[in-house]
Design a binder for this molecule. Sequence first.
Ligand SMILES: Nc1ncnc2c1ncn2[C@@H]1O[C@H](COP(=O)(O)OP(=O)(O)O)[C@@H](O)[C@H]1O
Ligand SMILES: [Mg+2]
Length: 251
Amino acid sequence: MSSMPDGRAIEVRGLSLTYAGRPPVVALDGVDLVVAPGEFAVLLGPSGCGKSTLLRALAGLVRPTAGEALASSVAYMPQRDLLLPWRRVLGNATFAAELAGVPPAEARGRARALLGRFGLEGFERAWPAQLSGGMRQRLALLRTFLAPRDTLLLDEPFGALDAITRREMQGWLQGVLAEESRTVLLVTHDIEEALTLADTVYVMSPRPGRIVDRVEVSLTRPRDATTLTSPEFTALKAHLLRALEGPTRNR
Ligand SMILES: Nc1ncnc2c1ncn2[C@@H]1O[C@H](COP(=O)(O)OP(=O)(O)O)[C@@H](O)[C@H]1O
Ligand SMILES: [Mg+2]
């Protein structure tokens, strides 16, 4: 959208969203959040607090009840990877780019150039069902990266993976972004994942979701095992744990 103010890739102002129904569900209540171009922002909150709803609002898939959710040009990766079982790896990788109007030959060329970086070398003619969980997630991420968009909205992209594969993928994503800078808003309920990836962490309360804290993470990159055992990391982790617990549980 051309209406974005300078220096902002994402701007959410007073966003409230209630799902109609009996009873209605208040998913978001007055959320404010700003992400600068090139920033890696993480939305951290408990299950059911409205994180996916916020991303869907930014992707234009649900309409705010009040306030606004603005983003310049977004590629959205939903919480389920939604690979197309009838398309091969290459066809899945190029799908979002093709939908966005990139000529198929050009999309295939860009996809082939990135297959190795995404750990899918040699698999371009495989079917999604033949891939491991980690490969499926990398393919869904590759598809999102290949959409010609500046901002990535990633909804728990590593949620379905075991802890070890998840750590590998976090390291890998840091490497990819060091080469191909994008604005990212990533959703997670995992504190260590948030601290491994984020420039800025927004902490959400349980439903109805509100932002209860904003924490800048200035740990050096790449953030590896050494970072994760540093006193700064431990202090930030304790801070985020307290923010997630919220005032009502401190009694
Ligand atoms: N389409 C929908 N209709 C009604 N309620 C919904 C719908 N989608 C989500 N919800 C409810 O809204 C709340 C927030 O959901 P969601 O955004 O998926 O949370 P999160 O991603 O943080 O787990 C939950 O209580 C969920 O049950
Ligand atoms: Mg969700």
